[in-house]
Design a protein around this ligand. Structure first.
Ligand code: UD1
Ligand code: CA
Length: 456
């Protein structure tokens, strides 16, 4: 039977106190809703329908990379009403899975089990919780079969004691939704059309509603405020980092590494404290990362050492390179094998050849650098004339003396040598020495000024 997924995401999330729709707040670097969409996608449904209301345009834009069917719910009249909005889109033969845009960590495995239980009647994902306040309670008969879900606001004192709760997540044959949803009434304390009411209607028709439980509490946690958002974030981070340690990564402190995206590590990677990974990061064998580094969309070869306080973004690092401390590698930086970038060096859109060194206090932008080049301290590639960007081409074995400015567009041939303190504006051919600075003048017998005596 084919699967269709409905994700409810119309709520405002007023407790977030945010102008951003709740489902766009990130966990592990991705919007809550994107986690749900990705998990839904892993089940190979024929369609994913998302019910949006509050901030619909922002939500649609943020998820524009996915193929989704958008349904708008202009008035929030309850979860049953929200699902009803999608009925005209559903194929009557499919099984329908209902998810929540603000319950991000639900696992595909749990959902497969739930879908498998919903072949001839609805099936509900329930959970046993320590504190059931706020949730709909599961009411069972003497045989232990589910008979109804009662919302907290409609529950009596005895029902409120029940610790088995409705996670909200449900699977049902589309035919049951077509038949039962139009019969749901809103005569309850909130005046809403409650989706779980279809369960008691199904039971009244002689159907058996089966229930499944999630494998972990994290899976069913929803986000209503920023405290819960942070709790989920910490738990997700803990699980990610533990998984990496199991795979052989050394972490100085599991609680002080955050991964907002995906981190792939080869053997014997070692990560010090306060390191942040964003986007897609790949680390080769024997990579060591010092404290307080940020790596964003970076691929790093084997044997690379990234020292403390370095910030790397959109860079490709070859084997055995050394970076930092205090290095900033900006997008388009490529370091070839054994290159060294030292402290207070910024690189951008530059290819640094094998074994080349930029060890101190330099800016290298829009530069193509050969192998075994030595760039002295304080060297600047002047790549911008206020309107356009230009390239600096540096051959193999070039030596650039300290405090030089290389005014692009510029070519320095192989083994070119630039004297310290030069401003270089013209091509330097192979093996040439270029010096572009005023000659030193020494003045004999020069008198220093003296302090005048104060006359008054
Ligand atoms: C709902 C369940 C409750 C369950 C709880 C789990 C109902 C009536 N109650 O309660 O049994 O224990 O979830 O967290 O279903 N939404 C819409 N349109 C609407 C109403 C809601 O899209 O008209 C969306 C919300 O954005 C949210 C989700 O549905 O993502 C749940 O709605 P919410 O109002 O939070 O339901 P609860 O009262 O928490
Ligand atoms: Ca809720």
């Amino acid at each position: 039977m084919s699967l269709e997924v409905i994700i409810l995401a119309a709520g405002q999330g007023s407790r977030m106190k945010s102008r951003l729709p709740k489902v766009l707040h990130p966990v592990a670097g991705k919007p809550l809703l994107e986690h749900v969409v990705a998990t839904a996608g892993s089940l190979n449904p024929v369609a994913i329908h998302v019910v949006v209301g509050h901030g619909a345009e922002k939500v649609k834009n943020a998820l524009s990379d996915y193929t989704l069917h958008w349904t708008s719910q202009t008035q929030r009249l309850g979860t049953g009403h929200a699902v009803s909005q999608v009925l005209p889109e559903l194929n009557p033969d499919s099984t329908v899975l209902i998810l929540y845009g603000d319950v991000p960590m639900i696992a595909g495995k749990t959902l497969s089990k739930l879908i498998g239980s919903a072949t001839s009647a609805p099936a509900l994902l329930t959970a046993q919780v320590g504190d059931s306040s706020g949730y709909g309670r599961i009411i069972r008969d003497e045989n232990g079969e589910l008979v109804a879900v009662v919302e907290e606001k409609d529950a009596d004192a005895a029902q409120r004691q029940i610790t088995e709760i409705n996670t909200g997540i449900m699977a049902a044959p589309a035919a049951d939704l077509f038949e039962l949803l139009p019969r749901v009434q809103n005569n309850n304390s909130q005046g809403e059309y409650y989706l779980p009411d279809i369960l008691s209607l199904a039971v009244a028709e002689g159907k058996t509603v089966s229930t499944c439980e999630a494998e972990s509490e994290l899976e069913i946690l929803g986000v209503n405020d920023r405290i819960q958002l942070q709790q989920i974030e910490r738990e997700v981070q803990r699980l990610q980092v533990e998984q990496l340690m199991r795979e052989g990564v050394t972490m100085a402190d599991a609680a002080r590494v955050d991964i907002r995206g995906s981190l792939t590590c080869a053997a014997d990677v070692s990560i010090d404290i306060n390191v942040l990974f964003e986007g897609e990061v790949r680390l080769g064998n024997n990579v060591t990362i010092g404290p307080n580094c940020v790596l964003s969309n970076v691929s790093v070869g084997n044997g690379v050492c990234i020292n403390a306080m370095s910030h790397l973004e959109g860079a490709e690092i070859g084997d055995n390179c050394t970076i930092g401390p205090f290095a900033r590698l900006r997008p388009g930086t490529v370091l070839r094998e054994g290159a060294r970038i030292g402290n207070f060096v910024e690189t951008k859109k530059s290819d640094i050849g094998a074994g080349s060194k930029v060890n101190h206090l330099s800016y290298i932008g829009d530069c193509d650098m050969g192998a075994n080049v030595n760039i002295g301290a304080g060297t600047i590639t002047c790549n911008y004339d206020g309107a356009n960007k230009f390239k600096t081409e540096i051959g193999d074995g070039v030596f650039v003396g300290s405090n030089s400015t290389l005014v692009a567009p510029l070519d320095v041939g192989n083994r070119g040598f630039i004297g310290a303190g030069s401003t270089i504006t013209k091509t330097v051919a192979e093996d040439e020495l270029a010096i572009g600075r005023a000659r030193q003048r020494n003045i004999r017998g020069w008198q220093r000024s003296r302090k005048e005596h104060n006359k008054d």
